[in-house]
Unconditional design. Structure first.
Length: 463
């Protein structure tokens, strides 16, 4: 005779929690809860508005990108002067998926806020807390429903990729997947911030203000930290805009990946802390402080991670193979003092073409930005403006050039290493393509909104 399985449950702050162990019933309850969150997501008008708007936004970016790509490829009979530098990542994928950055910044957080705020205002949260399962499981179900909803919004972007391939365009899978990963992490970050704001605020309007304030705050941090170096610039490297920029350049950095996951998880965890109405304010404040300290510890650890992978086809984030092999032998600390203002084009060129690559191969690199001005227009010549100092093993060299070959020459000289012999490597030839976005306007401006409206009408009619 089969004995009945004993289960225990206790009421804790209005939350019914089943006994320890994973049973088929608990798994079935989780899937039922996930389906419930999925249905509520599609019952949200904000989500349907997101779906309605994402198609034309992606379509506009794609159509404009294809037109500009054709012009740069020599469309209209002109010479393809820029063909060698043309890559689908820069010319097609980044501008097309730029719509998802806007959606993750201004649209998707409100979908996440609605999933929490609606239950708080209607009283459904109290009923949700009394369902079987702990609060972490219920928050997880909401998170999975949100991320599933974001994947649905990617359909116009995937459709744009299919159209580009249909036109005969080229795509490099590693950099394409890396960009999709970046936008997915960006959406997770927005969802985490939105859910946390909704849990902390009294209503959806207050949560929206908090979320927008966070977004504007990251913009201000990016602006202030530009070209300043030190802790402020290290902190600004983890803002949503800065992190996405790495993926748009075809670079996957382990510290950025870990930091984005940690911040997203912290947002969801914070929501779980403050949604638990059975806990006292003192307990929730203590849990929040503990979470903040844990996040700070993880961020410090992530900042020390140096691993990165260049997923770009043209190796824009890497030196040549001989130079990378030679630079990897240098273990002495290298200090570079840059006397250029943040808005000087030479500093931008130096950052993108030299410093970004050096940080990937030199484990002990210290960059100091010593310019006091921001534009460089009023700097005095006697203050050494425009100079770049290189210091290693007590020796210093100063140059004004930001050209890669010149910089590497100074580093090899300081390290006492002979420059490598460069073989005739295959030069990236680019992928010019002069085509018109045939049918894209009908698909993104007509067919997609029509399909969304019909689906929304059918769903409401069924109810």
């Amino acid at each position: 005779m089969r004995l009945p399985r004993k289960t225990t449950s206790r009421l804790e702050g209005g939350l019914v929690r089943p006994g320890v162990g994973t049973s088929p019933n608990s798994k079935r309850s989780f899937w039922q809860l996930l389906r419930k969150e999925w249905r509520e997501l599609f019952a949200s008008r904000s989500y349907w508005l997101l779906l309605l708007m994402i198609g034309p936004l992606v379509g506009h970016g794609f159509i404009t990108a294809v037109g500009l790509y054709a012009e740069a490829s020599g469309g209209g009979g002109g010479p393809a002067a820029l063909a060698q530098g043309l890559t689908p990542l820069d010319g097609i994928l980044v501008p097309t998926f730029g719509a998802y950055d806007l959606a993750a910044m201004f649209l998707f957080p409100f979908v996440a806020i609605r999933m929490i705020a609606a239950e708080k205002q209607s009283g459904g949260l109290k009923l949700l807390l009394q369902l079987p399962g702990n609060l972490a499981t219920k928050v997880t179900a909401k998170v999975l429903a949100l991320l599933g909803g974001w994947i649905v919004t990617l359909l116009p972007g995937l459709l744009a990729i299919a159209l580009w391939k249909f036109y005969g365009g080229h795509l490099y899978p590693p950099e394409t997947l890396n960009l999709l990963l970046g936008h997915f992490l960006r959406a997770m970050l927005s969802a985490g911030i939105g859910v946390a704001a909704a849990a902390l605020a009294e209503n959806a309007a207050s949560a929206a203000i908090v979320t927008l304030g966070f977004t504007v705050g990251t913009w201000i941090l990016d602006f202030i930290a530009a070209g300043r170096g030190g802790f402020l610039q290290q902190l600004a490297a983890y803002t949503p805009t800065a992190t996405l920029r790495f993926f748009e350049h075809g670079l996957l950095r382990l510290n950025v990946f870990v930091a984005m996951l940690a911040i997203s998880a912290a947002g969801f965890t914070l929501a779980g802390i403050w949604l638990h109405t059975g806990r006292t304010w003192r307990f929730r404040l203590l849990a929040t402080v503990t979470l903040a300290l844990t996040l700070a510890f993880v961020m410090v650890g992530a900042n020390a991670m140096r691993a990165s992978w260049d997923a770009s086809e043209n190796r824009r984030n890497s030196f040549s193979s001989p130079d990378e092999a030679t630079l990897s032998q240098i273990q002495q600390p290298l200090k570079i003092t840059v006397v250029l203002s943040p808005e000087d084009p030479r500093l931008t060129d130096f950052e993108q073409n030299v410093l970004r690559k050096l940080r990937r191969v030199l484990p002990h690199l210290d960059v100091d930005y010593s310019s006091t001005g921001r534009t460089g227009l009023f700097e005095k010549p006697e203050e050494h403006y425009g100079e770049i100092w290189y210091e290693m093993n007590g020796r210093k060299i100063v140059k004004r050039s930001t050209i890669e070959e010149v910089v590497l020459e100074q580093i090899y000289k300081l390290a006492g290493i002979n420059p490598p012999v460069h073989s005739d490597e295959n030069t990236f030839s680019g992928y010019p393509l002069s085509v018109s976005p045939r049918g894209a306007s009908w698909i993104f401006y007509g067919l997609w909104p029509l399909v969304i409206i019909i689906l929304w009408w059918m769903k409401n009619r069924g109810e």
